[in-house]
Design a protein around this ligand. Structure first.
Ligand SMILES: [Zn+2]
Length: 283
């Protein structure tokens, strides 16, 4: 196995967090992503700390790296526009995700940039910054919030490197904020052209985006460039294809990061084949 290559997929936590790590290991992965709790709600989970620490120990022992993914209703751009109850619920939920991720030894919690249709579009950006600050105030752990770029399916917010970097810079806690680059979203939104995109590298370096990049969602796309569709396809089977993904994954900016597939499994019910495929492209 090549050193500095961490690859895996989103895995189920059925049976506990350590079971998720075991599942990843069993399919030949050395990275994985998991939901810290029910992904459809914002309830705070009273989790079994001992069990989470077993996940951490397993990952340390076998050299796995992981990230958590916040529940879908987490939308930083909403702020309190739909009521303070929902806002506080989102803050408490994401704090809870950070605690679980920290106990599991994860690098961070992926959170979507967010979207909102407000009469003042700038208000949505203010909401995001305040939300990040409210979640991170008093946070002492090493797990970070990992802001994910969006496909543009809910409008143009969160589809450019400039926005991602600015939001981080304007937060009071930039050191606790990193990024997760979703390749399907990047392609569908026009952030990446899906092939040898030197402009993307140049811009990312200039803005400092890559310095804070922690994870890559390695997804192909069911739809074309600028389609703004958030529809993941198995690697090599979509519009980006093997050539484009291989180019991106060979760049030094993404080397050693946590690569996670968020796609359908193969016939064996795991991502084993896709993981092997990517390794064969890179090595
Ligand atoms: Zn993603």
């Amino acid at each position: 196995m090549t050193t500095n290559l961490y690859i895996g997929s989103h895995v189920s936590t059925r049976g506990g967090y350590s079971k998720a790590a075991q599942r990843a290991y069993d399919m030949g992965a050395n990275a994985f992503q998991f939901f810290p709790k029910n992904p459809r709600g914002l309830g705070v989970k009273r989790f079994d700390v001992e069990e989470a620490l077993r996940c951490r120990a397993f990952c340390t022992k076998y050299g796995l790296r992981s990230i958590a993914h916040s529940p879908y209703p987490t939308n930083p751009a909403l702020g309190d526009s739909k009521g303070t109850g929902l806002y506080q619920g989102m803050v408490d939920s994401l704090k809870n995700d950070l605690h679980i991720a920290e106990a599991c030894g994860s690098a961070g919690v992926v959170v979507h940039f967010g979207h909102a249709k407000l009469s003042d579009p700038l208000a949505a950006y203010h909401h995001i910054i305040r939300f990040l600050d409210d979640v991170l105030t008093e946070w002492q752990g090493s797990a970070k919030l990992l802001i994910e770029n969006q496909a543009g399916d809910h409008g143009p917010m969160g589809t450019t490197l400039e926005e991602l970097v600015q939001i981080r810079n304007l937060s009071r806690y930039p050191h606790s904020i990193g990024f997760c680059l979703d390749t399907c979203h990047a392609y569908a939104s026009g952030l990446w052209n899906g092939s040898e995109d030197l402009e993307l590298l140049k811009k990312g370096r200039k803005l400092g985006y890559f310095d804070a990049l922690i994870a890559i969602h390695v997804n192909d796309s069911k739809y074309g460039y600028l389609s703004n569709k958030d529809r993941h396809e198995r690697v090599g089977q979509g519009f980006i294809g093997e050539k484009g993904l291989t180019w991106l994954l060979k760049q030094r900016e993404v080397k050693g990061l946590i690569w996670v597939l968020e796609t359908e499994t193969g016939e064996d019910g795991t991502h084993q084949d896709d993981i092997k495929r990517i390794r064969s492209w890179i090595i």
